[in-house]
Design a binder for this molecule. Structure first.
Ligand code: ADP
Length: 828
């Protein structure tokens, strides 16, 4: 062998490596493809040479999920060296996955350019070493644990001893506790008793006090009210418990109180409040309430106890005080305002004082020259301080009688009526106005009634009080008298027009306007004003031209007068009389006419009746006068040699004369009656006696039979001659109007305190519509159509005679059956 050692070939080198005990492998590329692995490495991997040329992952699939493949890649990419000690790797050896521990290195091998060409992988299996160390560590730990347990045990033993001691103490204190418990129970019992007593005390106290006390539960709902509550609210305790008392709160206080109560309840604190509650009479009481929360000893809340005190009086006093305060404040303000005003007024006064002096002069002049009476009177003492001549004239006084005197000293006669009035003006500053007051004034010693318009005008000073009164007066006596005279005349005319039921009207010739009174319209059948033409349309066709003719005449005479008939739609007729006065203007033209209209229908009727009567009366008289005249002529002729006719002629004449004097007697009776000249000569007489003797003429004639029936003794107090006249009249009528019936009955009977006499005939009777008029003057029914003579006065005279005796007269009649004429007289 040569001394000089020669370098090994590559194969030799690989061989060397292959034998190295250090597990070595060479990897290429990112996937760590195995280029070389020695026996030691293959042993670690548990693989054979077949893994050469495979990537690490293909060679050792169990490395998937372990960090090594990625480490290789990182070393390859970045040219690093990564190493580790006791690093665990899981490998499948002999088909079993086991954990091994390695010290390893992955070193990047670079070429001269620094490019990584391979990764040198060396590893030593330190599993055994690692495991040993682990075991050692475990043993050490176990030992430490043991030591610790031991010391713990010692501690425990000590503690045990202590426990025993404590236990002893405990059982001792348990005994104490039992004792304590007993004690406590006793005390609780006492407390309960005390509590019951204190509750009793509380109730006695609560019920006896005026303070309103209530107790409520946790929810604030009261479960106790004392008597004072129901006394104040007027609500029974039971109802208070059911319904509470919130509804009795004054509406203005309710919200505040409820809010305060609610808030206090939330925080369980005390609260106070003032509010009003209503009593049974709806009066409000002010209450001051204080609520205090209640707690158990352990601090738990159990509700409230509240007390209320009636503070109404205090409140009222407060209010009064408040009002006084306010008043004081306002009066204070007013005072200071007044003060200011006064200050400025004083200034103004000073200024106006000077102006016043000037205007006073002017005022005096004015009073002096005024066309009416003025008198100025000082208010405080009623002294006259200024008076003008006109006033002196009105009151009829001299200046010295008025000046420097009080007004009622000066005009004493007016004091009674006007002193109070004047004083009222002074007191109230309200003026007094008198219109046409009638005042009696003493002028030159003679009382004279005058009419005055006057005013009491208050004159105020700047401060509003009346300082003087200005009397302004005008004598209106003449004016009032003149007006009253006119009013009197007007009144009289009005009364006359009214009494006469006169219609009045005014007709305007220029405008053809007609203004008329209600009565005027009524007469013409209208109920409203109408035109002249409408009035003319009511005229009777035959009277149509009367109005125009009358107006034509009136044009000259100035007086309008005519009477005309009006014919109405119902064919009724009315007579009117129209009277008027024409008024002219300065040219002598008619301007208007004032007129009256009077309904004269009744007047016309009476006139007609009178005319009729005269014609009847003359006709009635004419018959007996003619026959008397004829008898007298015949007698005249046979005066020289009387013939046997003479006695008959004389008889005839006497009969005619009797007829005439009968008629004249009737006429005289009527006129006497009208003038109230009939004098009654009353004496008691028996009716039957009078009847036996009356109507001699009829009995003598013998044509008719008078049958007297009834009470024969009845006596009346009356004028026998007049009563006989009535009976004769009844009997005559029976003969006249029922000539065919020969019997005439006269019945006498007593009706209470009157006697009734009735004359009964069986003649033709009288129609019912005529009956009411039979006793009227001049009335003649003329039912038969037979011309029976008569003046229509007999029954009228009869009724007058009976009524003057205080009796009644009447008739009952039926057509075809006869008539009963009767009268009554008071018994004597
Ligand atoms: P005179 O007989 O003069 O007409 P009177 O006053 O006596 O007047 O009577 C009034 C009217 O009463 C008479 O016109 C007559 O129509 C009516 N009258 C009076 N008595 C009777 C009678 N007994 N029967 C029917 N009519 C009578």
């Amino acid at each position: 062998m040569s001394l000089e050692a020669s370098f090994l070939t590559l194969e030799q080198l690989v061989h060397v490596f292959a034998l190295s005990k250090t597990a070595t492998a060479i990897h290429i590329g990112e996937d760590a493809k195995i280029q070389f692995a020695n026996e030691a490495m293959l042993h670690i991997w548990g693989r054979d040479k077949s893994v050469i040329g495979k990537s690490l992952e293909d060679a050792l699939p169990e490395l998937k999920g372990q960090p090594f493949i990625e480490m290789f890649a990182k070393v390859w990419r970045e040219g690093l060296t990564i190493s580790g000690n006791d690093t665990a790797a899981e490998l499948v050896i002999n088909g079993e996955l086991k954990t091994f521990y390695f010290d390893f290195e992955y070193r990047a091998i670079k070429d001269e350019n620094g490019k990584v060409i391979s990764v040198l992988h060396s590893a030593i299996d330190v599993t055994e070493r690692f495991l040993n160390r682990e075991e050692l560590n475990q043993a050490k730990e176990n030992k430490e644990l043991l030591l610790r347990e031991q010391s713990l045990n010692e501690e425990l033993a000590a503690a045990n001893e202590e426990m025993l001691a404590i236990n002893e103490e405990l059982s001792k204190s348990r005994e104490e506790l039992t004792l304590l418990n007993d004690e406590l129970e006793k005390r609780v019992e006492e407390r309960v008793k005390e509590f019951a007593e204190s509750e009793e005390r509380f109730r006695t106290m609560a019920e006896g006090t005026d303070v309103l006390i209530a107790v409520s539960d946790v929810n604030g709902k009261p479960f106790y009210f004392n008597k004072a509550w129901s006394k104040t609210t007027g609500r029974a305790l039971k109802k208070l418990l059911e319904k509470g008392w919130i509804d009795l709160l004054h509406p203005d206080d309710k919200e505040d109180y409820l809010a305060a109560h609610r808030n206090a309840l939330v925080d369980k604190v005390s609260y106070t409040g003032e509010f009003r509650v209503k009593d049974a009479e709806d009066n409000y009481h002010w209450l001051l309430k204080k609520g205090t929360p209640r707690f158990f000893n352990d601090g738990s809340f159990i509700g409230y106890i509240s007390s209320c005190v009636d503070i109404t009086e205090r409140k009222l006093a407060e209010k009064a005080l408040q009002e006084i305060h306010e008043e004081l404040a306002t009066s204070n303000e007013e005072l200071s305002a007044l003060n200011e005003e006064i200050t400025s007024s004083i200034e103004e006064l000073e200024l106006s004082h000077r102006e016043l002096a000037i205007s006073e002069d002017r005022f005096r002049n004015l009073i002096k020259q005024a066309p009416f009476g003025i008198c100025v009177i000082r208010a405080n003492d009623l002294m006259v301080i200024e008076v003008n001549d006109e006033y002196l004239e009105v009151v009829g006084r001299k200046r010295e009688e008025i000046e420097n005197r009080t007004i009622w000293d000066a005009v004493a006669e007016a004091a009674e009526s006007y002193a109070p009035v004047l004083q009222n003006v002074v007191d109230t500053a309200i003026p007094f106005k008198a219109m046409e007051h009638e005042v009696v004034l003493v002028k030159n010693g003679i009382p004279k009634s005058v009419f005055l318009d006057f005013v009491y005008e208050p004159v105020s000073n700047g401060l509003g009080t009346v300082s003087s009164i200005m009397v302004v007066v005008i004598d209106v006596t003449d004016k009032v008298k003149a007006r009253r005279a006119i009013e009197d005349v007007e009144e009289r005319v009005r009364l006359a027009v009214e009494a006469a039921e006169m219609g009045t009207y005014e007709y305007n010739y220029i405008s053809d306007e007609l203004t008329s009174s209600d009565r005027f319209n009524q007469i013409f059948g209208f109920d409203h004003n109408v035109s002249r033409n409408q009035i003319l349309a009511t005229y009777h066709p035959l009277d149509k031209n009367l109005s125009d003719e009358a107006h034509e005449k009136a044009k000259i005479t100035g007086r309008l007068f005519y009477e005309t008939r009006l014919l109405f739609a119902d064919q009724s007729l009315r007579w009117v009389r129209i009277l008027g006065k024409v008024y002219y203007n300065e040219f002598g033209e008619r301007t208007r006419l004032l007129g009256t209209v009077l309904d004269v229908t009744e007047y016309k009727r009476l006139q007609q009746q009178k005319d009729d009567f005269i014609s009847i009366a003359s006709h009635e008289l004419k018959t007996p006068i003619t026959s008397l005249k004829a008898s007298l002529q015949l007698l005249e002729r046979m005066k020289a040699n009387p013939t046997p006719l003479l006695p008959r002629l004389i008889e005839q004449s006497t009969k005619s004369m009797g007829k005439i004097s009968e008629l004249v007697e009737d006429l005289l009776n009527v006129s006497r009656m009208n003038e109230g000249q009939i004098r009654l000569n009353k004496k008691p007489f028996v009716i039957a006696g009078m009847l036996e003797n009356c109507c001699g003429h009829i009995r003598q004639e013998g044509k008719y039979e008078l049958v007297v029936e009834g009470n024969e003794t009845l006596e009346v107090l009356a004028d026998e001659h007049r009563i006989e006249q009535v009976v004769v009249n009844f009997v005559n009528n029976a003969v006249k109007y029922a000539p065919d019936f020969k019997q005439i009955f006269i019945a006498v009977e007593r009706l209470g305190d009157v006697a009734k006499v009735a004359v009964i005939d069986k003649g033709p009777g009288i129609a019912p519509d005529k009956l009411p008029h039979l006793f009227d003057r001049y009335y003649r029914a003329d039912e038969t159509g037979a011309q029976v003579s008569g003046l229509g006065l007999g029954l009228y005279i009869s009724s007058e005679i009976i009524s003057r005796h205080g009796g009644e007269i009447g008739v009952e009649s039926e057509l075809g059956k006869g008539s009963t004429f009767w009268f009554t007289l008071p018994l004597s």
